[in-house]
Design a protein around this ligand. Structure first.
Ligand code: CO
Length: 134
């Protein structure tokens, strides 16, 4: 079921500072910032060849990463995203296996224009897992 690592997401308190650090200090190739109001984040993608790093800054009052940044004020690893061939089949398999799918259980369109789901971190050893339709 599990496919490639699509990205690792890092929550950051200051996207401009994080962008400058990745671009100027690390010499990385970055996307333009993309506001995703329905996900409560602004995102910049860092292309690292074999995968992507997603830099996430809170957007709006009810950002899902606000609590994470309150606990980790300098930022940190927020989630990992794996690709799956069939996100609805993956969801049904996971639910039947006892894993908790966050939200209403229906995929939302993610930052790459593809359906995504998030799995409860307590079911996967403390790491929030995103699944993206390949
Ligand atoms: Co993500």
């Amino acid at each position: 079921m599990l496919g490639r690592l699509n990205h690792v997401a890092l929550a950051v308190p200051d996207l401009a500072a994080a962008t400058a650090a990745y671009r100027d200090t690390l010499g990385a190739q970055l996307s333009e910032p993309q506001a995703l109001p329905e996900h409560g984040v602004t995102v910049v993608f860092v292309d690292v060849g074999n995968t992507k790093i997603e830099l996430l800054e809170p957007l709006g009052d009810a950002s899902p990463i606000a609590a994470f940044l309150a606990r980790n004020p300098s930022g940190g690893m927020h989630h990992v995203c794996y690709e799956v061939d069939d996100i609805l089949a993956a969801r049904d398999h996971l639910k039947a296996s006892g894993a908790r799918v966050l939200g209403d259980g229906n995929p939302k369109i993610g930052a790459h224009g593809k359906p995504v789901l998030f799995l409860h971190p307590k079911d996967f050893f403390g790491t929030l897992v995103e699944l993206e339709q390949a």
